[in-house]
Design a protein around this ligand. Structure first.
Ligand code: V47
Length: 384
């Protein structure tokens, strides 16, 4: 029997898991207020008024990519205008800047570079770690990890790659590269990328090896509501497995990413509307009962919508970011996309919530300018 929002509300109040029919009913419903209200019930139960942000940096080591995904506006082919790859000295400089600013996290991803050797990636981790050991390195999507396994001369498997990176300083995996798990979408928009089973395999390995990770879904392009729902259910199933098997790590956060047409090959598509953004965030909160956090990535959803989304199930609006090269909103071509801590806090306060600075693992941070510490421990004296 098809579900309606009344049945779903009863389940939400009773703390019961929503099933696939409930998910279909949520996507089919036009009652955005009720969907938002229910997601808010779950969010309040889990986090009260707490809303997380962090002081972070993004670093894209290279935009050169062997793939040519149609939705992607970031990749360049080698020798194409605008193609770049950063040296280890550039990386050290980034780590130094992150240290001076008192960042707690650096998020490092790049294209599938055709000739950089495996050692570049471990050296990259080590370079950051040597300059600023307190900085949490969240790096490499599952797609990059599979690429590293392919290029490693000694034929490393996924576990081997993750262990080497971990030893070199890797702290956790970001959620990128998942796109939409559906095969039809895969073949039409990101053929050549790993499929859903491989993406989940990599995260399973990370969780087994004690590396926390995040999960994304790229929505608002050629996928259907059913594709979005199946994607969320696959993530939920994978998290169930991590919990049941007692893996030391799991998915922390889901980050629904709205498709930004930019100058991609799919720039003829409009991308999702604000209403769709709110609905997607709220449904993610409702369906993913075993993931602790839902993040609106303000770079993509905009800070204005991220603020509103706090009433729609979201408890995290990401961080200060500073430089971001993968998507640019408002037709801008600059990679400088930064908000200050004051703006993030003000945005959260104004929406009626309590801003809490977190580290990558959602531990509270106490801060005095660029100097910070995990709540209750020694101050990290990083600022200049
Ligand atoms: O993997 C690429 C997506 C992802 C476009 O784990 C696009 O904390 C929209 O994963 N429009 C990278 N999205 C971003 C990402 C992320 C961001 C913030 C936090 C975390 C985290 C992860 O961006 C890519 C891809 O799925 N992407 N092109 C586009 N045109």
């Amino acid at each position: 029997m098809a579900s309606d929002l009344k049945t779903i509300a009863e389940k939400v109040y009773g703390g019961e898991r929503l099933d696939v029919e409930d998910g279909r009913a949520l996507f089919a419903s036009r009652d955005i207020r009720e969907i938002g209200r229910l997601a808010h019930v779950v969010r309040q139960r889990l986090h009260g008024d707490t809303t997380y942000y962090n002081v972070n940096r993004h670093f894209n080591y290279s935009n050169v990519c062997a793939l040519s995904c149609k939705f992607c506006d970031f990749y360049r082919k080698k020798d194409q205008a605008g193609a770049y790859e950063y040296s280890l000295d550039d990386v050290r400089q980034q780590a130094q800047l992150a240290m001076e600013a008192g960042a707690t996290e650096i998020h490092i991803v790049g294209g599938l570079h055709p000739w950089l050797p495996f050692e570049y990636y471990t050296d990259l981790m080590q370079a950051v770690h040597e300059v600023y050991p307190e900085l949490h390195i969240k790096a490499f999507t599952a797609v990059e990890i599979v690429h590293l396994a392919r290029i490693s001369k000694r034929g490393k498997d996924i576990d081997g790659v993750l262990l080497d990176l971990k030893e070199a300083g890797l702290g956790s995996l970001p959620g990128g590269g998942a796109e939409v798990f559906d095969d039809r979408c895969h073949d039409a928009a990101f053929k050549g990328k790993i499929r859903s089973d491989r993406w989940i395999d990599v995260h399973r390995s990370a969780h087994r090896l004690g590396l926390m990770s995040n999960a994304t879904i790229l929505y608002g392009h050629i996928e259907s509501h059913e594709d979005r729902l199946q994607h969320l259910l696959m993530l939920r199933e994978s998290q169930d497995e991590a919990i049941e098997k007692g893996y030391p790590a799991r998915f922390q956060t889901v980050i629904p990413l709205p498709f930004i047409p930019g100058r991609s090959e799919m720039s003829n598509l409009p991308g999702p509307t604000g209403l769709d953004d709110l609905k997607m965030l709220a449904i993610s909160r409702l369906m993913l009962d075993n993931l602790a956090h839902v993040k609106a990535f303000w770079i993509m959803q905009t800070l204005e919508l991220a603020q509103l989304s706090l009433q729609f199930g979201v408890d995290d609006i990401d961080g200060t970011v500073v430089w971001y090269d993968i998507t640019k909103v408002k037709g801008d071509t600059s990679t400088h996309q930064e908000v200050t801590v004051n703006t993030l806090r003000q945005t959260i306060y104004e929406a009626g919530f309590e801003p809490v600075e977190r580290d990558t693992l959602y531990r509270r941070i106490e801060r005095d300018g660029p100097n910070w510490r995990l709540a209750g421990s020694e101050m990290v004296g990083t600022g200049s």
